[in-house]
Design a protein around this ligand. Structure first.
Ligand SMILES: C[S@@+](CC[C@H](N)C(=O)[O-])C[C@H]1O[C@@H](n2cnc3c(N)ncnc32)[C@H](O)[C@@H]1O
Length: 201
């Protein structure tokens, strides 16, 4: 049963998904709730776990590979390059109301020794970057937007973070997009995996 959410498109309501899972499990069925990436990263899993707990349904969570890890692996990027990053953070660009969250830690985004992965960035990236630059983020910080990471049709746009919103908007990449920024994104050896892939065909 397809209950997936398509960014800003028609989606199943979370309460209906919870009710469906609980209803099927109560019929004695073994229910698999399959999600993209890791189910516990920006996946509303807590609401589903709570609904199951309330209904006294036993749950097992199988970890997955979150988009940042998948994108990093397929691009040959380390997110914690020694000497480049001592911290890695996942940030959402999308609050409950679809706007930029108003409680982002801007100083942490501007920290030069941090790698940041921004999930759901497409609508709010220009605003997010504008605020982070005002809080001290260096506009020359290397950044990349990756669409459909790990899929055969993966595409990426590289630019310093100050230019990325404009370049990403112009590229109109289809599918889910993740933005990553930080000194480690600009490491000269990044891209080795891409080159090896191209050679393999
Ligand atoms: C609701 S969050 C779910 C994240 C997911 N649970 C994970 O761990 O990757 C959806 C966002 O994840 C990111 N995302 C998920 N899959 C992606 C992919 N294959 N390529 C790029 N970004 C992806 C995008 O930022 C997308 O808007």
């Amino acid at each position: 049963m397809l209950v997936g959410k398509t960014g800003f498109g028609p989606s199943c309501k979370q309460e209906d998904i919870n009710a469906l899972m609980v209803g099927l499990a109560k019929q004695g069925k073994r229910v698999v709730r399959l999600k993209g990436g890791d189910p516990l990263i920006f996946g509303r899993a807590a609401e589903e776990l709570d609904a199951c707990a309330q209904a006294q349904i036993a749950v097992e969570v199988i970890p997955g590979i979150t988009a940042a890890q998948g994108a990093a692996a397929s691009l040959g990027l380390t997110l914690t390059g020694r000497g480049h990053a001592r911290r890695l953070q996942y940030v959402t660009g999308h609050a409950r109301d679809g706007h930029l969250p108003d409680d982002i830690d801007w100083k942490a985004l501007a920290d030069t020794a941090t790698t940041t992965a921004i999930y759901m960035p497409t609508r709010t990236l220009a605003d997010l970057v504008g605020k982070a630059l005002a809080e001290g983020l260096n506009p020359a910080t290397p950044a990349i937007a990756v669409a459909r990471a790990t899929r055969p049709d993966q595409q990426a746009v590289h630019a310093p973070i100050g230019d990325l919103p404009r370049k990403l908007a112009a590229a109109e990449l289809p599918g889910p997009v993740l933005v990553m920024l930080g000194r480690t994104i600009g490491r000269p050896d990044a891209g080795a995996v891409r080159a090896a892939r191209r050679q393999r065909g």
